[in-house]
Design a binder for this molecule. Structure first.
Ligand SMILES: Cc1cc2nc3c(=O)[nH]c(=O)nc-3n(C[C@H](O)[C@H](O)[C@H](O)COP(=O)(O)O)c2cc1C
Length: 188
C-alpha cells in the first residue's frame, strides 16, 4: 500500500521559512515510497471555525482540507513559534477537523522560532492538541531556532544536523503510519 503523507504549514507568511523546511521533510517521505501533498493555509485560507452543528454548510475549501487530512495516513505539521505557542491559523485549521479526520493518523511536528530558544513550547502545545483529536505523534520532533540564519543558500540549511533531523522526521512518519495502514495496530 502506498502511504499518503500530508504536510500542513501553520505559517501564513509568503516565502515562509517554516514551509521550506516542511517541504524538506516531505521530500524525505517520498524517498521511502510515500505520496505527499502539501496544504498551505496562506494560499488556501480557511474560514474561522464557529462550532456550527452542520459542517456541510462550510465553504468548499473546508471540505477539501478535511478530506485531505482524512485521506492521509500520516501528517507532518510545521509551525512557526508565535508568542510561545503554535499559530492561531493552524489551531483554526485543526479545529475545523476532529476525530473523524485525525484519529489513527501518525503525526510529525516541526517548530520554527525566530529567537534562540527554539519552538519547544509550540511543539508541546501541538502534541497536546493532537491527543485531543485522536492522532499519534511520533517521538522524534524538530525544533529550529534563529530562523533568519537557518539557510546558508537557496534550500540549503546551514546546519547539516538539522537537515538530518528533518529527513528522519519525514521517514519516521511514513514508517509508523504503516502500522495502521497495514492493520498492524488493532483498534477496538
Ligand atoms: C506574531 C508573532 C509572534 C512571534 N513570537 C515569537 C516568539 O514568541 N518567539 C520566537 O522565537 N519567535 C517569535 N516570532 C518569530 C517567528 O517564530 C519567526 O519569524 C518564524 O521564523 C516565522 O516563520 P515563517 O517565516 O515560516 O512565517 C513571532 C513572529 C510573529 C509574527
Amino acid at each position: 500500500m502506498i502511504i499518503r503523507i500530508l504536510g500542513i504549514c501553520g505559517s501564513m507568511k509568503p516565502g515562509s521559512s517554516t514551509a521550506a523546511v516542511l517541504r524538506m521533510s516531505l521530500q524525505a517521505s517520498t524517498l521511502v515510497g510515500a505520496e505527499t501533498n502539501f496544504y498551505d493555509i496562506s494560499e488556501r485560507p480557511l474560514p474561522f471555525c464557529d462550532g456550527r452543528s452542520e459542517d456541510s454548510t462550510y465553504p468548499p475549501e473546508v471540505h477539501t482540507f478535511k478530506n485531505l487530512v482524512k485521506n492521509a495516513h500520516g501528517i507532518i505539521i510545521a509551525t512557526p513559534d508565535y508568542h510561545n505557542s503554535f499559530t492561531g491559523g493552524l489551531k483554526n485549521a485543526i479545529d475545523l477537523c476532529g476525530f473523524d479526520e485525525f484519529e489513527h493518523k501518525m503525526v510529525g511536528i516541526i517548530g520554527v522560532s525566530g529567537g534562540a530558544m527554539g519552538a519547544g513550547n509550540a511543539i508541546s502545545h501541538l502534541r497536546g492538541v493532537m491527543r485531543g483529536v485522536g492522532a499519534w505523534v511520533v517521538p522524534h520532533q524538530v525544533s529550529i531556532s534563529n530562523s533568519s540564519k537557518m539557510f546558508s543558500g537557496p534550500d540549503q540549511l546551514a546546519d547539516p544536523m538539522l537537515e538530518k533531523r528533518l529527513l528522519k522526521l519525514g521517514k519516521d512518519v511514513v514508517k509508523y503510519a504503516n502500522l495502521f495502514a497495514n492493520g498492524m495496530l488493532e483498534d477496538e
